[in-house]
Design a binder for this molecule. Structure first.
Ligand SMILES: [Zn+2]
Length: 319
């Protein structure tokens, strides 16, 4: 797209906003800073602080920067560059993010959702590096994803593609806020794992102890900790979540035949207890695809996936 060597990658989440100065040729972060999002202070305050953050991170390189890419927790409107997310960014409804930054910095700006940014980051410099076809799935409070097809991020109509968390897998499963029931997110995201643990843990169970004896305080993280300490129930709850992820992935493999499947998100910190049933289920259910040629792996970039992917979004004009 451009000659200059630097772009800015921005990652906006419910808790923190990060900006990074990215060396485009070397595909590496040169400078990075994170500030609290504090969305409730209002979008005007947030945009101003984000602009100041970009200025600090860019520092002397500002004249050499060719664009700003932003990954943001959705819903976002990638066509208009506006954020519509009062759910995890309280008060941020219809916020003209790219307009603001383009006016302030006189630079081209791209907005993608955070799952797409992470997919692009893993594809560019992470676990999917060098492939042409990749499925990215992030499992945390929700489940999102992105598909790289023929070396490009697949966007779909309205740039809204890849709501992999809302593949409806269990017709008798729990109702989902999207209107369907038994969506993958309702079966395998962090809150679903916690809910299973809450329903099954006995009064003297380790998961409950780790939550300070308060059932309402149980999270997927404690289930992961209990599993690591050998707790059989925690391991079974995670194995079950892995089965659902495997069922969803098997369908995606049948449809898209990727070379690499990259699994990210906080829930994957318990990968030791999820991966065995994920692999077993995919193998049993995606028998028509060349399983031995598909690599299913954990995300490699950690916290850098968002800013690197946002940088890649502006570099490849994928917005
Ligand atoms: Zn749903």
């Amino acid at each position: 797209m451009m000659d200059a060597h630097y772009v800015i990658g921005v990652d906006i989440g419910g808790t923190g906003m990060s900006a990074a100065l990215v060396d485009a040729g070397g595909a590496r972060v040169l400078q990075r800073e994170t500030i609290p999002t504090e969305a409730a202070r209002g979008p005007e305050d947030g945009l101003r602080r984000l602009g100041d953050l970009i200025e600090r991170v860019a520092a002397d390189h500002l004249p050499e920067i060719s664009g700003i890419g932003i990954g943001c927790t959705g819903p976002v409107d990638c066509e208009t560059g506006r954020i519509h997310n009062p759910y995890t960014l309280p008060t941020w409804d219809d916020v003209p993010l790219t307009d603001y930054l383009e006016t302030r910095f006189k630079l081209p700006t791209a907005l993608v959702n955070d799952a797409h940014a992470a997919a692009l980051g893993e594809f560019w410099v992470g676990a999917g590096r060098g492939c042409q076809h990749m499925i990215y799935m992030t499992i945390s409070t929700g489940i999102g994803g992105g598909f790289i097809l023929n070396g490009k991020l697949y966007r779909g109509a309205g740039l809204l593609s890849s709501e992999v968390g809302h593949m409806a897998l269990d017709p008798a499963g729990p109702d989902c806020y999207c209107g369907a029931r038994g969506c993958l997110e309702m079966l395998a995201a962090g809150p679903a794992i916690a809910a299973q643990a809450v329903a099954q843990v006995p009064d003297d169970g380790l998961i409950l102890q780790l939550a300070g004896g308060d059932r309402t305080a149980i999270t997927a993280r404690q289930v992961g900790e209990a599993a690591a300490q050998g707790d059989a129930l925690a391991r079974e709850v995670l194995a079950e979540a892995g089965r659902w992820v495997g069922i969803g992935l098997a369908s995606l493999l049948n449809l898209l035949t990727p070379e690499v499947v990259v699994l990210g998100g906080g829930v994957m910190n318990a990968h030791a207890y999820l991966m065995p049933t994920i692999l077993e289920t995919v193998k049993a259910r995606a028998a028509l695809v060349p399983f031995e040629r598909i690599r299913i792996t954990r995300a490699a970039l950690g916290a850098d996936a968002g800013v690197m992917g946002a940088a890649k979004a502006i570099l490849s004009n994928e917005y």
